[in-house]
Design a protein around this ligand. Structure first.
Ligand SMILES: Cc1cc2nc3c(=O)[nH]c(=O)nc-3n(C[C@H](O)[C@H](O)[C@H](O)COP(=O)(O)OP(=O)(O)OC[C@H]3O[C@@H](n4cnc5c(N)ncnc54)[C@H](O)[C@@H]3O)c2cc1C
Length: 372
């Protein structure tokens, strides 16, 4: 049994309960508190730190590459594709408005895409025309062949540059969001896994371990790839992403964020180290998992890619290897919606949640209390 002190403080009723303290949960809580400061907001997180995608990603302040935008438009049409691009663009602006760049290592060094055929170049003008109203730039994507040599890249026939993309330190951004949350008096319970949720006529109740339960008016799932138990109707496919990071490399020439094969490979410099992730398309079925682990097959594949394409003339030592879990679906649009009178969800942020989450927080806060 809990004490009166616990029941009247930590486990008391709240207006809003959010499950998940990754980027989506934090930005959503912040948006709600900024718009409705009188509402109490509690975030429940099962791990001692956010653990899924937000602390395990590549730290691209991700706008998206040319071939990715083309592939998205072919899968889901231009309207949805442009809506998503605009959301990312505005999300990146919001991050820069909220935090000093130096506090989160935000660098606008440009995004680059390696192409080994001129197939997509023919569509570049059309894509630029469509993106102009979002970025305000006539050429969001342009060919920059000079940089192939400057960066020391191998097997790169064409290099497309995009000045709207940058990189950041995901850990520092999360810590800043936590600081902002404290300022706004958002409350947290870390290390508590939500086991089940029961919606009643007058409230919603979440069940936690050791017989603890907490009631709220509204509940928001920000559980991304870990949502299938709660959101059985939705198409949420877990997608593990594996990463390697080198030790510092003297005289490293690579600078910026880089995409290859429609974003299936991504790499960047972290100071004078190289971070490389991806290759999921080489072993799709194994990587459809929520298990945080690395595999020999993909780790070797990534090392080979690093040696052949990124660092053909330099020796390197791998310092760290890790994995994180994304959430995917047939199309890239996140699932942001009301699912019952008191339950909402903001999940399936694909590989672009750093940029999408700030805007999703805005949408969710309007959805939860907008019509009251
Ligand atoms: C390898 C990799 C590289 C990536 N690179 C980039 C990139 O460079 N740029 C970019 O924009 N995006 C990138 N992404 C995607 C981005 O990281 C995600 O879209 C984003 O972090 C999703 O945030 P989230 O808060 O929705 O999910 P998560 O960060 O996964 O947070 C969900 C949280 O819910 C918690 N949770 C789950 N179930 C429960 C429960 N029952 N009770 C309590 N808590 C629970 C989890 O512990 C977790 O902390 C990458 C992702 C991966 C995996």
């Amino acid at each position: 049994m809990n004490s009166i002190w616990e029941l009247e403080t930590f486990y008391r009723n709240r207006n809003v309960i959010i499950i998940g303290s990754g980027f989506t949960g934090l930005w959503t809580a912040i948006s709600i508190k900024e718009k409705y400061p009188e509402k109490s907001v509690l975030i429940i997180e099962r791990n001692s730190i956010p653990l899924g995608a937000s602390t395990r990603n590549a730290g691209f302040a991700c706008f998206g590459s040319l071939t990715e935008v083309i592939a998205d438009s072919q899968k889901m049409g231009w309207d949805k594709t442009l809506e998503l691009v605009e959301m990312r663009f505005r999300g990146l602006q919001k991050i820069q408005n909220y935090f000093h760049r130096s506090d989160i290592d935000f660098e606008l060094s440009g995004g680059f895409e390696i192409l080994d055929s001129d197939h997509s170049l023919g569509m570049m003008d059309e894509v630029n025309e469509k993106l102009k109203s979002i970025t305000g730039i006539p050429e969001t994507y342009f060919l920059n062949q000079n940089k192939i040599k400057e960066f020391g890249l191998n097997k790169c026939d064409f290099l497309i540059e995009n000045p709207c993309e940058g990189s950041l330190h995901s850990g520092k951004l999360l810590q800043k969001l936590l600081e902002k949350s404290q300022e706004l008096k958002i409350e947290f319970l870390f290390g508590m896994e939500v086991k089940s949720v029961v919606e009643h006529d007058n409230d919603i109740e979440v069940h936690l371990p050791k017989g603890v339960s907490i009631k709220g008016e509204k509940l928001i799932y920000c559980t991304n790839a870990f949502s299938t138990e709660f959101l059985k109707e939705e198409e949420i496919i877990p997608a593990r992403g594996q990463i390697i990071l080198t030790e510092p490399i003297e005289g490293l020439r690579l600078k910026g964020t880089f995409h290859y094969e429609e974003g299936f490979y991504y790499f960047r410099n972290v100071g004078n180290r190289v971070l490389l992730g991806g290759g999921r398309n080489k072993d799709f079925k194994t990587e459809e998992t929520t298990l945080l682990a690395t595999t020999g097959f993909l780790q070797n594949h990534l090392e080979k890619f690093l040696k052949e394409i990124i660092l053909p003339d330099q020796d390197f030592i791998i310092a760290l290897r890790w994995s994180g879990i994304m959430a995917m679906g047939a199309e890239k649009t996140p699932i942001v919606k009301k699912i019952s009178t008191r339950q909402f969800c903001a999940v399936r942020l694909s590989g672009m949640g750093v940029a999408l989450a700030p805007e999703i927080g805005e949408v969710m806060s309007s959805m939860v209390y907008g019509q009251d």
